[in-house]
Each structure stands twice: as structure tokens, then as C-alpha cells.
Ligand binder design. Structure first.
Ligand SMILES: Cc1cc2nc3c(=O)[nH]c(=O)nc-3n(C[C@H](O)[C@H](O)[C@H](O)COP(=O)(O)OP(=O)(O)OC[C@H]3O[C@@H](n4cnc5c(N)ncnc54)[C@H](O)[C@@H]3O)c2cc1C
Length: 446
């Protein structure tokens, strides 16, 4: 036990820091190469077209970076987490939108200046040129994707509808890729430029194909997951037990989640994220789901023996990021699932669990949590009540400090619905818990 604590204490550079540095180094190196190519490829037909070219090159770079962020590469995902990578993807997506629009506007402006024509006339003329038309179509698709991804529109759409529209991104990618091949000025300005662009596109598409297609297909073919039991935990919560071949080789850690499909029971495109609610061992995997919509409610009826298609494991909500010997685990409602798994894995150091629920009947997996906390010699506080009762925030700074006075000395893991997680993270900031000690998982879209 002592050895684990010392190992945790001695770790000064966290895996997340390493991954961030690698990402930054990658970005800076590629931006430097692109600037070099831009300068060496020579100017455009006029000043405006030169600047347009600069924006076009950077739009291509942003697209490739987007592919890497959504490729779900295990090394990055385990260190940075899918939620944070998705937030970056979102911001880079909007940066891409403005870069593409600026590029398109400057191209029209540049040619209008060159031909001494109006912008409308130039736009109409350019839309008759195949390479430009492809670029315009790609830009239009990017505008549509950005529009449905704004918070106000996104909130009104069902997840599946939004996701389906978001997949148009691949259409935009295809169109802009061909557009680039036809607008060859910088791409083919030298042998190095050509090799570099092809290499980068191959790398980005390769990462996407490996992370999103090859790896999940290979893992499912290798493990052949099947449902072995479906156990109701309460009126609206159910656990699904899944087994498979060679499960000791399934590289999951307690705290991670998978994206689950039950193809015989649901359609192929129905895929939902659920955390592992027990530490993954060689024996099997378990998810525990609260019924909030059709799919989660329907898990109760998944036939035993049916196939499961499991993508993942994903997420950085694991002990890989521990930097202190003591741990505080905070769960809201069904957010207890990864916390329950982590308790099973927990070795070394003192552990405190805060489990917030509306009523004791809502405290899913409570007996298991109690048992594991006892086994670890830890403390469990079950915080029962509705938000707003008594006027004191249930997980506000004063309650947290009162229950766990040494919380700044601990790693704090927070998991629950988005609103609760946001409130707890704000309280932890107010209590000055160092950011590197705070780890969170939101049970909602990033
Ligand atoms: C990382 C992560 C881990 C989770 N772990 C658990 C868990 O262990 N137990 C549990 O009960 N719940 C968990 N959830 C929440 C769970 O994924 C949703 O409750 C479930 O997908 C709802 O699906 P539905 O079709 O039944 O409901 P719907 O009414 O269709 O969806 C309700 C909401 O759930 C979210 N959602 C639906 N489908 C997806 C999807 N494919 N990807 C992302 N979000 C989606 C959307 O925000 C949607 O608005 C987790 C969520 C995330 C992001």
C-alpha cells in the first residue's frame, strides 16, 4: 500500500500533461511547415488572392486536425479524455467555419479585383469552374454543420438527428479534398510540399480509419461480446452483464466507458455511452443504466445470449491521473457507476465517497458501494435530498469543506449529470483545489 502511495506522490508530470505537450508540438511543427510552404510557393495573382491562399492552407490543416481529434485514438483518449477532445473539436470546428468563409470571400474578392468585375458576377463565374464549385459546396456543408451545432439548435434536436447531420462533415471533407487536389498551387509547389500534404492527409485519414473502424471491428471480432444477464437494480435502473472471449486482453480501466450497441435488439445505428459499473476483469463487463429515453429504458428487454457490439474503452476518468495518495469520489445519481468501478480498483490511500441522490431509493448500487468503501477503510456520505431544499447547495463549497476538510490534498473525481458536475467543479475552484487534482465525467454531450 505504501509503495502505491509513494508512486502516486512521486508523479510530477501527469499523463495528460505529456499528451498535451505532444499535441502542441505536433500542431506547432505542422503550422511551421505550412507557413514555410506558403512563403516558398510564391504569391497569388494579387495581394487578396495571396491572403486567400493562406486561409485555404490553414483550413486544410484545421480539417486534418479535426480528424485526429475525433479518431478516438486510445493513447490520446486515455490521457485527455473524449469529453475534452470533443470540446476542442467543437472550437476548432467553429474556427474552421470562419477560416473557410474568409478564404471563400477573399477568393471572390481577389478575382473580382483581378477582373475588375462585381463580386456577384465573379461569384457566378467561379461557380462554373469545377474546382471552385467543389470548394463552394464544401463551404455550404460546413455552414450547415456549424448551424446545427450551435447550442440553441443542438438543444432542440434529438441526438440521432444531430449526429446524422454532423456526419455530413465527411461529405465536406471529400469535396474539399478534391477541391485542394485541383487547386494545386501550393500542394505541388515542390516535391517536399506534395509529399508533405499527401503524408498528412494519409496520417489523418489513417488515424480515423484505425480508431473509428479497424480497432472496434477487430476488438469485437476478437472478443465476441454476448449478453449473459440482465438484472433490474430498481424500477428504472438495469444492469447488463456482458461476457466474451479473451476478456483479460480487453484494455479497459475502472472509470472508463464504452459505446454499446445491441444489434439484435436495437437498430445498428443506436449506440449509447455507458460507463463500466464494475472494474473490468477477465470475467466480464457490466453497465448499469438509468431509463431516460427509449434506448436506455429498452435495455431491460435485451435478450440474454444476444450479441453486443462494444466500442471503446474510452475516457480519462481513471486512476491513471492520480497525483495524490488520498481520493475523494463525488457521484450524483447514476453517476455512481464509474465511481463504483473505481472503488473496486482503488489501491492505496484514503478514500471518501460523496453520493448525492434525491431519495435513498434512487441510490443505485448502494450496497455494493457501502461494501467496497468498508473494505477500503474509507468513508461514505449519502447526501439525500432535492436541490434547493434547506437553501444550502448540497455540494456547495461549505458542505464540501465541512465533509472533507482535507480535500485540497486529494484527487477529486466528479461524475454525474452535467448541471451537477458544473456546480461541483465551480465549488472545487472556489475551494482552490488544484486543477490537476480534479477529474470529471459528464453524463451528457460535451
Ligand atoms: C461518457 C458517458 C457515460 C455515461 N454513463 C452512463 C451510465 O453509466 N449510466 C447511465 O444511466 N447513463 C450514462 N450516460 C448517459 C447515457 O448515455 C444516456 O442517458 C443515454 O445515452 C440516453 O439514451 P436514450 O436513447 O435512452 O435517451 P434519449 O432521450 O435518446 O437521450 C437523452 C440524452 O442522452 C444523451 N445521449 C443519447 N444518446 C447519446 C449518445 N449516443 N452519445 C452521447 N449522448 C447521448 C443526449 O444528451 C440525449 O439528449 C453516460 C453518458 C456519457 C456521455
Amino acid at each position: 500500500m505504501m509503495a502505491t502511495s509513494d508512486a502516486v506522490r512521486a508523479r510530477t508530470v501527469l499523463p495528460v500533461d505529456v499528451a498535451r505537450r505532444v499535441m502542441w508540438a505536433f500542431v506547432i511543427a505542422n503550422v511551421a511547415v505550412v507557413e514555410g510552404l506558403f512563403l516558398s510557393a510564391g504569391e497569388g495573382k494579387n495581394d487578396v488572392l495571396t491572403v486567400a491562399k493562406w486561409f485555404g492552407l490553414h483550413a486544410a490543416l484545421l480539417m486534418m486536425f479535426q480528424l485526429l481529434l475525433v479518431a478516438r485514438l486510445p493513447w490520446l483518449d486515455r490521457r485527455i479524455g473524449m469529453d475534452r477532445l470533443t470540446v476542442w473539436h467543437r472550437w476548432i470546428g467553429f474556427t474552421l467555419l470562419w477560416t473557410v468563409l474568409t478564404h471563400a470571400t477573399l477568393v471572390v474578392l481577389g478575382y473580382a479585383k483581378l477582373d475588375d468585375a462585381s463580386m456577384a458576377k465573379t461569384f457566378a463565374a467561379l461557380s462554373g469552374v469545377p474546382a471552385s464549385l467543389l470548394g463552394m459546396l464544401a463551404a455550404a456543408v460546413i455552414v450547415v454543420i456549424a448551424a446545427v451545432s450551435t447550442r440553441s439548435v443542438r438543444r432542440r434536436l434529438r441526438y440521432e438527428v444531430w449526429h446524422g447531420l454532423h456526419l455530413l462533415l465527411y461529405v465536406a471533407l471529400g469535396l474539399s479534398f478534391v477541391h485542394q487536389l485541383q487547386e494545386t498551387t501550393t500542394f505541388t509547389s515542390s516535391a517536399f510540399a506534395e509529399a508533405y500534404w499527401w503524408g498528412l492527409w494519409l496520417f489523418a485519414f489513417g488515424a480515423l480509419l484505425v480508431g473509428r473502424l479497424a480497432l472496434p471491428l477487430w476488438r469485437n471480432a476478437y472478443h465476441r461480446f454476448r449478453v449473459v444477464a440482465v438484472v433490474p437494480e430498481s424500477l428504472n435502473v438495469v444492469s447488463v452483464y456482458v461476457t466474451g472471449r479473451h476478456l483479460d486482453a480487453f484494455p479497459a480501466r475502472a472509470g472508463q466507458f464504452c459505446i454499446w450497441r445491441f444489434p439484435g435488439h436495437n437498430s445498428w445505428w443506436t449506440a449509447n455511452p455507458f460507463s463500466l459499473s464494475a472494474a473490468p476483469g477477465g470475467q466480464g463487463l457490466r453497465l448499469t443504466a438509468k431509463a431516460v429515453g427509449d434506448t436506455s429504458a429498452g435495455l431491460r428487454n435485451v435478450p440474454v445470449g444476444s450479441r453486443a457490439f462494444v466500442e471503446g474503452p474510452y475516457g480519462a476518468f481513471t486512476s491513471l491521473h492520480r497525483s495524490r495518495p488520498g481520493t475523494l469520489l463525488i457521484a450524483g445519481g447514476v453517476g455512481i457507476t464509474p465511481v463504483r468501478a473505481m472503488l473496486e480498483e482503488q489501491t492505496g490511500g484514503d478514500v471518501v465517497v460523496l453520493y448525492r441522490v434525491r431519495s435513498e431509493a434512487d441510490a443505485v448500487l448502494l450496497n455494493e458501494v457501502r461494501h467496497l468503501v468498508e473494505l477500503r477503510g474509507g468513508r461514505l456520505h449519502l447526501l439525500v435530498g432535492r436541490t434547493g431544499e434547506n437553501g444550502v447547495p448540497p455540494l456547495g463549497p461549505s458542505t464540501l469543506h465541512q465533509l472533507v476538510p482535507d480535500l485540497t490534498e486529494r484527487d477529486v473525481y466528479v461524475c454525474g449529470p452535467p448541471a451537477m458536475t458544473t456546480a461541483v467543479l465551480a465549488a472545487l475552484r472556489e475551494l482552490r483545489v488544484p486543477a490537476r487534482q480534479v477529474h470529471s465525467e459528464r453524463f451528457g454531450m460535451a
